[in-house]
Design a protein around this ligand. Structure first.
Ligand code: NAP
Length: 256
């Protein structure tokens, strides 16, 4: 196999499913060796098997990104057993929709879980791998959202909006700090992508989906594969002078 990512070791969090799975497979096709870190080890192992069956190289490890010590231990294991990570995709994430004024217990739990995984998880994994990324002049790709910018039309998700605004802020802060080490840091902002994350909304909340579609000029929901091209671009030398930015892959959502 040869491609745009030859010679790279890419770590993808949340690579057992949805967008992370598509990115892991897309990177493998471009020649990167893949490490999937996910709390769903069975799903991660299945993706690894598919990559191996296609002639790629891949490993999976169980990781809860909220566990800072586990992140550090795993980063050490990856360096020792596999090699130095040169691409990190911070993709693991969750969403729940409860209004801030809804049941206090629900909202508090949402805040702790969503901020813990979507934002502190990005910090934990990046901090654990930053030495490897500096050593390899690596690239970090964070998965943001339309909600890195907007809250209109996406009601009842204050914690998610906050987490994804935070991911964009963290992207800019790290790009500023790590540029001198040759590390580039960017984000992708997916629109509504058909994954298990929003299976319930797609099945039970047609009004919400219609609202998204009314504001999506390309007129369709996205597939996980729609995120792969931007992810390859940001991880490869094609984007050698791109840092601190976000590529929106949202069907044009923010234009109408
Ligand atoms: P997904 O299909 O649910 O995949 C997320 C993966 O992350 C799952 O394998 C999940 O495992 C794992 N994960 C969750 N919590 C974790 C933790 N604490 N530690 C390690 N792994 C964890 O979701 P997706 O739609 O692909 O979402 C991927 C990213 O894209 C997220 O950051 C999401 O916010 C973002 N995004 C998605 C959309 C969309 O429309 N789908 C739009 C914009 C942004 P379990 O299943 O075991 O929890």
């Amino acid at each position: 196999m040869s491609g745009l990512l030859d010679g790279n070791l890419a770590v993808v969090t949340g690579g057992a499913s949805g967008i992370g799975e598509a990115i892991a497979k897309g990177y493998a096709k471009e020649g990167a060796h893949i490490v999937i870190l996910d709390n769903n080890l069975e799903g991660a192992a299945a993706v690894v098997k598919e990559i191996l069956d296609e002639g790629g190289e891949a490993w999976s490890f169980k990781l809860d990104v909220t566990n800072r010590n586990q992140c550090r231990e795993l980063a050490g294991q990856v360096a020792e057993k596999i090699g130095q990570t040169s691409i990190l995709v911070n993709n693991a994430g969750i969403n729940r929709r409860n209004a801030f004024t809804a049941d206090a217990d629900d909202v508090t739990q949402d805040w702790d879980d969503i901020i813990g995984i979507n934002l502190s998880g990005v910090f934990n994994v990046t901090h654990a791998f930053v030495d490897q990324l500096r050593a390899t002049k690596g690239r970090i790709v964070n998965i943001g959202s339309i909600q890195s910018f907007l809250h209109v039309r996406t009601p009842n998700s204050p914690a998610y909006t906050t987490s994804k605004h935070g991911v964009l802020g963290f992207t800019k802060a790290l790009a500023a700090e790590l540029g001198k080490d040759g590390v580039r840091v960017n984000a992708i902002g997916p629109g509504l992508i058909e994954t298990p994350l929003n299976e319930n909304a797609r099945a039970n909340n047609p009004e919400l989906i219609q609202t998204f579609m009314d504001h999506t000029p390309l007129g369709r929901t996205g597939k996980p594969e729609d995120i792969v091209g931007p992810a390859i671009f940001l991880a490869s030398d094609m984007s050698a002078y791109v840092s601190g930015g976000i590529i929106m892959a949202d069907g044009g959502y923010r234009t109408v």
